[in-house]
Write a protein that binds this ligand. Structure first.
Ligand code: HEC
Length: 423
């Protein structure tokens, strides 16, 4: 009996948010603000989410793209950009519900995005064979063409901002000087390339793709080095701030970490949430990965430990309560608080939900779509929301698409909400 009680106490002491949950589809892209206080994720669920890693909470759900959000990037001043399958790029200011600007021009899906170190340009790579350079001062974009195959998959800026580099399905790594001088093919591999990372201190460019080998290409034309031992094929690459660790995420599962400049395979991360689609290092060295399991997870890249160091707030403690619906609510807790005095997060506070008209929490910036609807929240309407899914039941909503497919889970969630939203 005592062992059971002890175990229960241990389980309850675990933080509720060992990872950032909120997306309704695989997490395709990740970026971290220069100060490390914000994480931006893009998902196949067509939304981008801005997170506070410290609170383990979503701050805003951004929906403007018609299709998967394949790429995200932060500017040095804290603004950020998202790019979608429909070929548009949105530039956002923190706190705004709508983008400050939308850049149009690509004729196919955008696969990658980068911000110049001085914050004057964005660069994008798309499946229309082109790389584009977008000046943020509003002047006309520049179109770089030369890749032989349609799919340009990766893009980055050299650290001094002098050129854009891109890698593509045609197996080449190309360099496009920002001043408009002649582009160069930096390397030709004969194998489709999926992703790249520009190493700090002009140490070169890491490129990887179909065969699971990372190639380090120096900028001075010296020999290309190969790092073997990665997962196959590689779809995500990230380098830490001082260029001493390189992470490669593979479609088959693990994340390989090499120490640089030696190029020694330091560690392979395996565990929950893999395979990964995206990876990024925070300024404090924490590695974030986004995966098929729809979550953003964090890791200590030195020890390989999967981290869950988030102080649980009252809401999240409620979510660990011994109620079957509490487990289901964990998928909501990053965006919604429950009890009377709790604030709005990325989603409106749910306190007093039942009997309430849709879109009526004061101070919450609802979407136009939700404000125009005529629904009163009851067991039946909340059930409909999560059996049909927000996109079908409340078209135009900013809430990421998610359904609660299992009838028992749905009943448990509704029971839990009925109790917890009345406190
Ligand atoms: C990633 C963030 C996120 C997650 C996760 C999330 N929601 Fe939401 N939710 C929102 C946003 C944003 C809105 C407001 C949408 C709008 O204005 O279009 C919303 C709206 C709602 C509403 C309507 C509230 C009102 O005031 O009219 C309900 C009910 C709701 N969510 C319940 C849930 C439940 C239950 C879950 C978990 C199964 C969940 N949400 C998961 C972000 C989220």
């Amino acid at each position: 009996m005592r062992i059971v009680v002890l175990l229960l106490a241990l389980v309850l002491a675990l933080p509720a948010q060992a990872e950032l949950r909120g997306h309704g589809g695989p997490v395709r892209a990740l970026a971290i603000s220069p100060d490390g206080a914000r994480i931006l994720s893009g998902s196949f669920d067509q939304s981008a989410i801005l997170w506070s890693p410290e609170a383990g909470a979503a701050i805003a759900v951004l929906r403007v793209h018609e299709g998967a959000v394949n790429a995200v990037a932060f500017l040095p001043d804290g603004r950020f950009a998202t790019a979608g399958e429909e070929g548009r790029i949105a530039l956002w200011r923190p706190g705004a519900a709508q983008p400050e600007r939308v850049f149009e021009g690509h004729g196919a899906k955008i696969a990658a995005l980068a911000a110049s170190p001085d914050g004057r340009f964005l660069a994008s790579a798309a499946w229309d064979r082109s790389v584009r350079l977008w000046p943020l001062d509003g002047s006309a974009p520049r179109v770089f063409e030369g890749h032989a195959e349609n799919a340009v998959n990766a893009v980055g800026f050299l650290a001094d901002g002098s050129a854009v580099v891109s890698a593509a399905y045609d197996g080449t790594l190309r360099l496009w000087p920002v001043d408009g001088s002649a582009p160069r093919v930096l390397a030709e591999f004969g194998l489709p390339q999926n992703t790249l990372a520009v190493l700090p201190k002009a140490a070169g460019i890491a490129v990887a793709g179909a065969d699971g080998t990372v190639r380090l290409v120096p900028l001075d034309g010296g020999p290309v080095r190969e790092l073997a031992g990665g997962a196959s094929p590689i779809i995500a690459l990230a380098v830490n701030g001082d260029g001493t660790l390189l992470a490669a995420g593979g479609i088959r599962g693990s994340v390989a970490l090499w120490s640089l400049p030696e190029g020694r395979l330091a560690r392979t991360l395996t565990g929950p949430g893999l395979p990964v689609w995206s990876a990024a290092f925070a300024p404090d060295g924490t590695l974030y990965t986004g995966g098929t399991d729809r979550r953003v997870r964090r890791w200590n890249p030195i020890t390989g430990a999967h981290l869950g160091a988030v102080v649980p707030e009252a809401e999240e403690r409620a979510a660990t309560a011994d109620h079957p619906g509490a487990r289901v609510f964990r998928a909501c807790a990053a965006c919604h608080t429950l009890s009377g005095d709790s604030a709005n997060r990325a989603g409106p506070a749910l306190a007093g939900l039942f009997g309430r008209r849709i879109a009526t929490v004061p101070d919450f910036q609802y979407s136009e779509a939700l404000r125009r609807m005529d629904i009163v929240w009851t067991r039946e309407t909340v059930a409909a929301l999560f059996t049909q899914g927000p996109a079908a039941y409340t078209p135009g909503t900013r809430m990421p698409e998610q359904t609660v497919g299992n009838g028992d889970d749905l009943a448990a969630l509704l029971d839990f909400l009925e109790v917890e939203t009345k406190r």
